[in-house]
Design a protein around this ligand. Structure first.
Ligand code: DHB
Length: 499
């Protein structure tokens, strides 16, 4: 148990601070450094309702979480704490000492992201942060630099690994201040969608890995551990070195596409503009080349299912790994059927006596449709967002696969191997030197074609094979999005937190 110092200081400050608007713009001291001590007095009190019930909380906003930030627009965090914890009350089974800390990032498209708020989602429903507060979680919503962040001289400051370094620094800040604020920094649960899902997984996989240390030191992160308790990841756009192969393995026979037009301010919450087209002969050649490379990668992982059977692919792309993916599709379809979804017009599903017995994988893939052109992530013309992720201070974008650099149409360069490594959770799962989160929940929609189904499936299987607690499922009919099943997410979070 921790000793709690915050309670007395709160009593003193709460009366003082109530009438004032919070002065949340942190300022550096005379040496130019920001302080790392959580200022308990610097909040505004807010009340929102969830399901008709008011939840009053303290909003500590725009807290700079490192001593030497590169960009104070992004290296800041919003911390929201239920007022009940300052009154010595509990919410559900949580108290000020035991409340888990929900840690949602707002990253989309590997772009820079500000810290999230508690409020409504785009459908007008309580967002994950607000639901978390209503259930007694402390919320810490970090911002992070991203691939387009630049300083006043036009130098890029948010290229890989900046975003993961920032998230780690925010975790360290929470540990540094664990005694000064309600919530248990040993129960940090990360959440994110898409690129944010990838970063959530990366944060969970790379705990305390020494490779990030020089970057953390450079920005003046607290000298604390950065492993976390649990990961929630929706549609993680991850394992980027192998995502091109996985995409072409899945969509190999699909020659038409509806490609997402990447706006300058890519945001997974924004309306998506799709451009239709047909693959060129050259793109079909690239698709075939990449797709053929995937079985060797899958087979090199030595993944097994729950019964210990190897998950492999033959040269033609079929095999136990594909059957394994199909089993998740079937489970998802069954769940939809059981809850009353009409599947009768989907001719690629076989249902007998209320049981989904088979799914024709190729027809399912054709139904979902191709969203990206080959190569889907490491663009041969360096035009993809992921290329920009791997740029440098002075180079907008680079390749991050051998195939990409070898076949580059623009004489692109290959990113530093150590930096490519640092962006992929697969390099840290079950590996010495990294503390992996113990609990994982991974979701991917069956109508999502932003990456291959194989990518989250491989991630989940690797985590399971490393003995971690993994809840992986495909969400029926769901396209590329996250936070669509908050009741189930919080049931899972409550479950792991109670153990
Ligand atoms: C996101 C979506 C993508 O298709 C991609 O390649 C990278 C990121 C996103 O929504 O964050």
């Amino acid at each position: 148990m921790k000793t709690r110092k915050w309670f007395t200081s709160i009593l003193i400050f709460s009366l003082l601070s109530m009438p004032f608007a919070a002065v949340s713009t942190a300022a550096p001291d005379k040496t130019g450094e920001y302080g790392l001590n959580f200022n308990t007095a610097n909040y505004t009190e807010k009340t929102l309702t969830v399901d008709g019930k008011p939840i009053t909380y303290r909003a500590y906003e725009n807290i700079v979480y490192v001593k030497n930030p590169v960009d104070v627009k992004y290296e800041i965090m919003n911390i929201y704490i239920p007022e009940a914890y300052y009154e010595g009350e509990s919410i559900g089974s949580y108290t000020a000492d035991t409340a888990p800390i929900f840690f949602p990032n707002s990253v989309g498209g590997y772009m820079p992201s500000g810290p999230g708020n508690a409020g409504e989602d785009r459908d007008g429903k309580a967002n994950a942060a607000l639901v978390a507060l209503s259930k007694g979680y402390v919320v810490a919503a970090p911002g992070a630099r991203g691939r387009t962040t630049q300083d006043e001289n036009g130098q890029y400051t948010g290229k890989a690994p900046a975003a993961i370094v920032d998230l780690k620094a925010a975790v360290r800040y929470l540990r540094y201040n664990d005694e000064a604020m309600p919530g248990d920094a040993e129960k940090i649960i990360s959440n994110g969608t898409s690129a944010g899902g990838a970063l959530s997984a990366l944060l969970g996989a790379t705990g305390n890995s020494a490779e990030y240390e020089p970057y953390l030191k450079a920005i003046g992160a607290a000298d604390k551990r950065d492993d976390i308790f649990a990961v929630s990841a929706y549609t993680p756009i991850t394992n980027l070195e192998y995502a091109d192969m996985a995409y072409e393995w899945q969509f190999s026979g699909i020659y038409t596409y509806k490609k997402l037009q990447m706006p300058a301010n890519t945001d997974f919450n924004a309306e998506r503009v799709l451009v239709e087209g047909t693959l060129t002969e050259d793109q079909i050649r690239v698709s075939n080349e990449l797709g053929k490379m995937f079985p060797e990668y899958v087979n090199s992982l030595n993944l097994t299912d729950t019964r210990g059977s190897l998950l492999t692919l033959k040269a033609d792309g079929s095999g136990t790994f594909q059957d394994y993916i199909k089993s998740f599709l079937i489970t998802s379809a069954q769940k939809a059927l059981d809850s009353g979804t009409d599947l009768s017009n989907l001719t690629w599903i076989t249902v007998r006596d209320g049981r989904v017995t088979d799914i024709n994988f190729d027809q399912y893939v054709a139904y979902v449709g191709r969203m990206k052109t080959p190569s889907a992530f490491d663009g041969l013309d360096l035009s993809n967002g992921e290329n920009d992720l791997f740029g440098t201070a002075t180079t907008k974008g680079q390749h991050f696969t051998q195939y990409g650099v070898t076949n580059s149409k623009v004489s692109g360069t290959l990113a530093d191997a150590s930096i490519i490594k640092m962006m992929n959770p697969m390099n840290y799962i079950g590996k010495e030197g990294a503390t992996n989160a113990s609990n994982w929940r991974i979701r991917f929609g069956t109508m999502d074609s932003d990456t291959s189904l194989a990518i989250p499936t491989i991630l989940a299987a690797d985590l399971k094979n490393s003995g971690l607690n993994v809840d992986f499922a495909l969400a029926w009919g769901v396209p590329h999005r996250g936070d669509y099943d908050l009741d189930e997410l919080f049931n899972w979070m409550d479950g792991i937190s109670a153990e």
